[in-house]
Ligand binder design. Structure first.
Ligand code: HAM
Length: 410
């Protein structure tokens, strides 16, 4: 888990602001759900046999003996809120976006943290393929807005739970005879969830998995048609994609369309964002059946893919106040406060005594202008303004200081 400050904190804030802009333009509204939920919510939504539930959740009993967990992802909480807060009754279609910390007790490595941040969207109450295309388009527009270049969108069609159940038999028939060549984990997966085998990173398992039958051959016309329409809609808006017929996702709630965005800068953990349709989830929580689709992207991973050059932050047009002597300090403090009230970024070193050390602080703050006030200036009713970009210095009337500086920095 990481502390966040400096350029990273600024980059986070900028991404969150971009997300709010883009997602709102697509008609999504912000929702903030609790970080802590009942553990059962995730077990039921994500699947009891998934790695996230089996190995990665931070879970504990609270003081009233309820099993709770820090959320490992955002979808389950949003669907719970959708039902608990009766959006299913008051709205036909609900479109949410969210951002915040998620927790997974994984082995940390580059791009994989135990507390990480997701930005995501969920459309609930839409069964048609255009909602899938809309979500993918929204993700692409956001990535473009965030300045990410060279990402790849991969898609697959996982069909309905029923179709998948039938396809399971096909997969088992394929993998069983090759059992002895599989890793120990995959031997267990063969019994518990054969689809997970397609996701194994072990080279030997991978080689076998790559030749396995693709699910597309086992799907009904309705699922095929839905996916075809998603692909046609993406083409219509000029979004490039590749098909990955063996892509499965680490969470069990997906149906039909699933997608992943990958980026070469990420190395082994190359998924920048992922999502898909989850048509059974609302119903499994006791709601009336409602089609749903969404995605989430990892903010830390996004920052690994972006341009590393740091922007100047908010300091470029700011003012630093330097004073010498008691009277000058009082006057300087008044100017500082008025500038801040007026929305100008301004600072002052309250501790430093000498002019030299205050100028050092001014330098460090990367302020554009320095206001210098000594008892001399106060007597003359002026202040000295120094332009730190090399523009020299000038004297100005003290009574106009705040307005003058506002004009300079505005
Ligand atoms: P997910 O694939 O588990 O999907 O996570 C989405 C993204 O979160 C990943 O692509 C990755 O960028 C980031 N991520 C996941 N785990 C970590 C980690 N340990 N460290 C850093 N980043 C990580 C979901 O969470 C689904 N709820 C997405 C979704 C929304 N599907 C439908 N709606």
């Amino acid at each position: 888990m990481k502390d966040l400050y400096g350029p990273d904190a600024r980059a986070f804030a900028a991404l969150e602001a971009a997300a709010r802009r883009v997602f709102q333009s697509f008609g999504f509204r912000e929702i903030r759900t609790p970080v802590l939920e009942e553990k059962e919510l995730f077990t039921r939504a994500l699947g009891a046999q998934t790695d996230v539930v089996q190995k990665e959740m931070y879970e504990f009993k609270d003081r009233s003996d309820t099993f709770v967990a820090l959320r490992p992802e955002g979808t389950a909480g949003v669907v719970r809120a959708y039902l608990e807060d009766h959006f299913d009754k008051t709205e036909g279609l609900s479109k949410f976006f969210y951002m915040g910390p998620m927790f997974r007790s994984e082995r940390p490595q580059a791009g994989r943290l135990r507390q990480f941040h997701q930005i995501g969207v969920e459309t609930i109450g839409a069964a048609g393929p255009y909602a899938d295309a809309e979500a993918i388009h929204c993700l692409a527009v956001f990535l473009d807005e965030a300045g990410i270049k060279g990402y790849r969108i991969k898609l697959n069609n996982l069909g309905t739970f029923g179709e998948r159940e039938a396809f399971k038999k096909v997969l088992l028939k394929y993998f069983e005879p090759q059992k002895s060549a599989l890793c120990d984990d995959c031997k267990t997966r063969l019994i518990k969830n054969v689809f997970r085998l397609l996701d194994c990173k072990n080279p030997a398992c991978r080689e076998i998995a790559e030749k396995s039958p693709a699910i597309s051959g086992a799907l009904d016309p309705e699922s095929k048609d839905h996916f075809e329409k998603v692909l046609r809609s993406l083409e219509a808006i000029g979004l490039e994609y590749t098909l990955d017929p063996r892509m499965v996702r680490g969470l069990d709630y997906y149906t039909k369309t699933v997608f992943e965005v990958s980026h070469a800068a990420l190395g082994a953990q190359d998924a920048l964002a992922a999502g898909g349709r989850y048509d059974g989830l609302v119903e499994s929580f006791g709601g009336t059946p409602a089609g749903a689709v969404g995605f989430a992207l990892g903010v830390e991973r996004l920052l690994m893919c972006g341009d590393k050059t740091e922007t100047a932050g908010g300091a470029a047009e700011s003012v630093f106040v330097v004073t010498l002597g008691e009277k000058a300090f009082e006057e300087g403090f008044k100017i500082l406060s008025s500038l801040r009230t007026g929305g100008v970024t301004a600072s002052m070193d309250f501790e430093a005594k000498s002019l030299k050390s205050q100028m050092r602080s001014a330098d460090k703050s990367k302020s554009r202008y320095v206001v210098i006030l000594g008892d001399n200036e106060i007597e003359k009713g002026v202040f000295t303004l120094k332009d730190m970009t090399g523009g020299g210095q000038e004297e100005r009337a003290l009574k106009d200081a705040v307005n003058f500086l506002k004009g300079k920095t505005g």
